[in-house]
Write a protein that binds this ligand. Structure first.
Ligand SMILES: [Zn+2]
Length: 444
């Protein structure tokens, strides 16, 4: 597999920090972004790399040379005038082989590329986009993705959104079939998203690869500082899915949003106090943040699964507007007790996902390579504590929502906290030690 890096853009928004450097050469933790990318490619055996250069391109060429110092072979596509992220690819179809990886030169990422490429090759799509939630979805290109992974719509960053949407952002890393290059006209400025992908999305030909791995553009001074700090702390590499991950599993109702009984429409969802701050702290750490919730509203026929999705659209919109996100949401739509007049029989089953069953936790653990003994479960009911215990995580009961008053299971938590922020602080400060690091683990 070969790779193309788009390094032709201008770096105007970084101001002072770029000095006179093109953005892809700006050092992060002592090394230009481009070198971090090349290292990531080389680790997965991608050693033939094309770099598209334009603005200040001669500096990039001078710095990277033929790539031999990095153990790769680098060639350049020189643009006399900017042809956009797609225009430069015209005529490259034969050269790039069946599929190739494409990255934007200002994105810092550390991704298990082998896994992403396998996923792409296992599907029929012309292109697979790496997608993830970020802390500024409101000014990012956001995608609507179906349950089978096909991208259904793209909402461009410069178009105002007056509707709820998932925090599912196009990260700027792609695996593309070279055949899509045939649609790119010669010598005309064309943008990959706007002029190529949008049409292919309408045809159902583009898929999304959802990952929790680190991918961040450093397009503004604030974002640059954050990336720099994450690189120093080792967060960037720690989130590569080839390595074991740590997660904080969160209950939803009563933990993230105010407890009001069953939530059957988006307007019933209101965030608990301190939740934004709590999630931001998790997002800033090396922990993943995964919501695991029972939603028997579906089995009771109070909601369809589509309506549950709309409630989650609202939740992610409220969080995203404030710069916070969750990495994934898993829910159980089932309920075991049959025989009620209004029920949706297809969902009235005994399943393994309904908490305190650990089906959802195991599903997430498989998807994201999570070490459960280094992970936490936070919730407001004894059902959550029992789930966390069953999954061998460390459990924290919060005082919001039911605050443990459901009394369904005779089990005590490992720790208690007033609210989500106090719980997260306890974890990140080291006060709430995980099971994996405690000598004695006792449960009542
Ligand atoms: Zn279930």
């Amino acid at each position: 597999m070969k790779a193309v890096i788009m390094a032709g853009g201008k770096g105007t928004r970084l101001g002072q920090r770029t000095l006179d450097l093109p953005k892809p050469l700006v050092p992060v933790n002592g090394k230009p972004v481009l070198e971090h990318q090349i290292d990531n490619f080389a680790r997965y055996g991608i050693t033939e790399i094309w770099v598209v250069i334009g603005h200040l391109g001669e500096q990039i060429e001078q710095h990277l040379g033929d790539g031999s110092q990095y153990g790769v072979s680098i060639r350049y596509i020189r643009e006399d005038r900017p042809l956009g992220t797609a225009g430069a690819l015209h005529g490259m179809q034969e050269t790039l082989g069946e599929s190739f990886v494409l990255a934007y030169g200002d994105v810092v990422f550390d991704v298990n590329l082998g896994q992403m490429i396998d996923y792409h090759l296992a599907h029929h799509w012309l292109g697979t986009l790496a997608v993830h939630p970020n802390n500024h979805p409101y000014d990012s290109d956001v995608l609507k993705v179906g349950v089978d992974g096909t991208v259904q719509a793209i909402y461009p960053k410069n178009e105002k959104r007056d509707f709820d949407y998932r925090n599912c952002v196009n990260a700027g890393l792609f695996v593309l079939r070279s055949s899509l290059i045939a649609a790119i006209a010669p010598d005309a400025k064309q943008d990959l998203e706007k002029d190529v992908l949008t049409h292919l999305i309408a045809e159902g030909a583009i898929g999304a690869y959802k990952t929790t791995e680190y991918m961040k553009d450093m397009g503004t001074p604030d974002r640059f500082d954050k990336v720099q700090a994450h690189m120093e702390q080792g967060v960037v590499h720690a989130k590569n899915l080839s390595q074991k991950q740590k997660a904080i599993f969160l209950d939803r109702d009563g933990t993230i949003n105010r407890y009001v009984g069953l939530v059957t429409n988006p307007d019933a969802l209101e965030l608990e106090t301190f939740v934004i701050d709590a999630l931001k702290r998790i997002n800033d750490s090396s922990f993943l943040c995964i919501v695991v919730t029972n939603q028997p509203v579906v089995a009771r026929n109070l909601c369809t699964e589509e309506e549950v999705d709309r409630i989650h659209d609202r939740m992610e919109t409220l969080l995203g507007n404030e710069g916070a996100y969750v990495d994934d949401i898993l829910y159980c739509p089932h309920h075991p007790d049959r025989g009620y007049p209004e029920e949706n029989k297809a969902y009235k089953i005994a399943c393994s996902c309904r908490k305190p069953g650990i089906g959802m936790v195991l599903e997430a653990a498989g998807r994201y390579n999570i070490d459960l003994s280094a992970s936490y479960f936070i919730g407001d009911t004894t059902v959550d504590i029992q789930t966390g215990y069953n999954a061998q995580t460390t459990t924290i009961l919060v005082g919001t929502g039911l605050g443990g008053s459901d009394d369904k299971y005779a089990i005590g938590p490992d720790y208690t906290a007033q609210h989500l922020l106090e719980a997260v602080d306890g974890i990140l400060s080291g006060a709430f030690q995980p099971r994996s690091e405690r000598k004695y683990v006792e449960h009542s």
